[in-house]
Design a protein around this ligand. Structure first.
Ligand SMILES: *Cc1c(COP(=O)(O)O)cnc(C)c1O
Length: 388
């Protein structure tokens, strides 16, 4: 079984601490084995404290949080929702659940997130075509803050509410403000591969008390206030279990440490891969004001820098990935842009050259916070072999 393959270096495996089990133990002792209980309340309070927002709702996944978040922003059948093309499919799937259409926008090369110029083009063009986008999903890919001042200004100018998909960006900051609190609704994921995990889980955060209450209502089958089971709207079963929230409480204690280690790993790769020909650690340095949690360290082949050594002929992200695999090391291409996915072949797209190029040249390296420097050396040596 893969999980017992101790020699294998995974991209971003779960990294548990010493206190998760205490919270889980207590939940079982007290019979709080339900989607309600003190671990949920505690986990939500921990998230509020870490993100600096007044309300958090713990949910079964980040995808569920995006789904509810879009409902809170009024998205429904026939609406259009602006969304970066360069992201994980879970960002866009909930748009489709609601019968709405994603309108994809290219990245800019500095942070790889939504390009403000293409975004303006998209908004102006959609309005000219007769439909103002109902919402904008803002993603901070690999933990790197998007161009917030420009994007927030556009959202304000056109009065389009933002759902901030911070699934990969827990612990990242823009001008000392934690990401996740910049939209009307923010979303986190606690999936097994994220910087913190509850095995599976997510959270929705907001400054708006009414929105938080509505999220809780919708997440528990939209039960009206009555002694019997009374329902006036369609609800969902999206609340996190009190057991998993216990894991979350233990994990939240570790957030600063986990960010610190991911950042060290990024810096290690940056220093030690520098002599290798034809590969660069990407998204470095951070733009002024940005602090990334460095969830995954990403690299690019064939560096654009004319001073950099060229990549050996024939070497591609896929040949590197296959070579690392022979050394029992997991690596992955960057996210495949959504406008290139068969699923979204008919969706409108603004720009595309930037994210297509990133996908063609990029590779994510093992970045789990439990990695030792010995593990990092193993990855470096395997890359050196592949690039020689
Ligand atoms: C992981 C992820 C999600 C979805 O979170 P789940 O908890 O796996 O449902 C959404 N958006 C992005 C950018 C992600 O990386």
């Amino acid at each position: 079984m893969r999980s017992q393959d101790y020699d294998r270096l995974y991209l971003s495996p779960p990294h548990l601490g010493r206190h998760e089990l205490n919270y889980v133990h207590k939940a079982i002792e007290d019979n709080w084995v339900a989607p309600a209980g003190p671990n949920i309340t505690g986990f939500e309070a921990d998230i509020c404290a870490a993100v600096g927002v007044p309300y958090a709702v713990a949910l079964t996944s980040g995808t569920a949080a995006i789904h509810l978040g879009l409902i809170l922003l009024g998205v429904g059948p026939g609406d259009e929702v602006l969304c970066p093309s360069f992201t994980f499919v879970a960002t866009a799937n909930p748009i489709v659940y609601l019968g709405a259409t994603p309108v994809f926008v290219d990245s800019e090369p500095e942070t790889w997130n939504l390009c403000p110029e293409r975004l303006r083009e998209a908004i102006v063009d959609r309005i000219a075509k007769g439909k103002k986008p109902k919402a904008l999903i803002l993603v901070h890919l690999y933990g790197m803050p998007a161009k917030l001042p420009e994007i927030l200004a556009l959202a304000q100018e056109f009065d389009i509410p933002i759902l901030e998909d911070a699934a990969e960006a827990l612990g990242s900051e823009w001008q000392q403000q934690p990401l996740g609190g910049f939209g009307r609704v923010g979303v986190f994921s606690f999936n097994g591969n994220k910087i913190l995990t509850t095995s599976g889980g997510g959270a929705l955060v907001t400054y708006d008390r009414a929105l938080a209450e509505r999220a809780r209502f919708l997440a528990t089958q939209a039960k009206d206030d009555a002694p019997h089971y009374q329902h006036s709207e369609t609800g969902y079963n999206y609340r996190l279990s009190n057991i998993l929230a216990g894991i979350g409480r233990g994990q939240m204690e570790l957030l600063p440490e986990r960010v610190k280690r991911r950042r060290q790993i990024f810096d290690w790769y940056r220093e030690h891969l520098a002599p290798l020909p034809g590969i660069t650690v990407a998204l470095a340095p951070e733009p002024a004001g940005s602090r990334s949690n460095r969830w995954l360290t990403t690299t690019l082949l064939n560096p654009a820098d004319p001073e950099a050594a060229p990549t050996a002929p024939g070497a591609t992200p896929e040949t590197l990935r296959l070579h690392l695999e022979t050394r029992n090391i997991e690596s992955r291409p960057l996210w495949k842009p959504l406008h290139l996915q068969p699923l979204f072949a008919a969706a409108p797209m603004y720009g595309g050259a930037v994210c297509e190029d990133l996908f063609a040249r990029g590779l994510c390296l093992p970045s789990g916070s439990a990695m030792t420097d010995g593990d990092l050396r193993r990855v470096k040596e395997a890359l050196a072999e592949a690039l020689s």
